[in-house]
Design a protein around this ligand. Sequence first.
Ligand code: 3HC
Length: 320
Amino acid sequence: MTELNFEKHFQDKVDAEIKIEPKDWMPDAYRKTLIRQISQHAHSEVVGMLPEGNWISRAPSLRRKLILLAKIQDEAGHGLYLYSAAETLGISREELVEQLLSGKAKYSSIFNYPTLTWADIGAIGWLVDGAAIMNQVMLTRASYGPYARAMVRICKEESFHQRQGYEIMLTLAKGSAAQQHMAQDALNRWWWPSLMMFGPKDDDSAHSQQSMKWKIKRKSNDELRQQFVDVTVQQAEVLGLAIPDPDLKWNEERGHYDFGEINWDEFWNVVKGNGPCNKQRLDARIKAHEDGAWVREAAMAYAEKKEQRKLMESAKAEAA
Ligand code: 3HC
């Protein structure tokens, strides 16, 4: 079969909703964009543990501490799941980690904002995990098998993440005036960065068109963003909190909320590494990697020793 036939056969499978598996033929560009997206997704999960980890020792009760610990451990697992999905495309874990630590690879802009109060932990669960769910439910139908299947497990845990965050916001919103102020302040700071999680506008998205053709994406950035706004505005109403957007208005004709313009300069500035916490996040990841070097070396040494012992035993068995 010529390259063209391979391409056609591949696209026919995608169009027929047949999952593409690691051993299947795939265009290099498909493989490349999946490694790009899945690895950045994995980096986001791991870096995303940092802003929340900041509040484990400051949680207002043992119950909240337990819930936060469980959520952060989930995120670590999501990261490992996604690194494994990326490895099925022929890239090593070492390369993936090196791309993050060297600053070559991106991770979600949202994790470059500081968590200033306990209400931020509620806003992150409610808004950030809420936005992630919108995107990840779509990705459970991605054409690449390992990615789609990883998303099924991750989405189940994200629902708990979003629910616990919303419960924190509900507790604060129904609390004292100071707690209500804290919840509103967190919403004010996390609303717009959460909308930026969905990526640039469709017209400015470098990858969307091709990703939609390959059914990596089923909905565009703007479609998912709109879906998120429509759902979240009503949740804010239940909380009695105001969305910090004077242009937010229900549009009966469209059947959606109209909302204000995102600050795209801020978005690209954060994506390019100049956000409030980019340096702090990467420094923390580099330090964790360096501090964990002895664990990796010990694990490798153990594996080598085990392999040597296996070889010696089989040599003895052969000689006998
Ligand atoms: N932060 C950082 N970079 C972003 C970004 C964001 N919010 N949105 C877009 N970008 C980057 C893209 O990576 C791409 O850069 P690249 O070519 O160097 O990779 C560029 O901006 C153009 O954007 P596109 O829209 O063309 O790129 P995509 O088609 O990849 O769409 C995306 C962007 C919607 C984020 C898509 O990559 C995606 O769906 N990724 C998987 C989901 C994900 O990574 N979510 C991040 C959060 S994970 C999370 O929240 C965990 C939860 O447990 C809290």
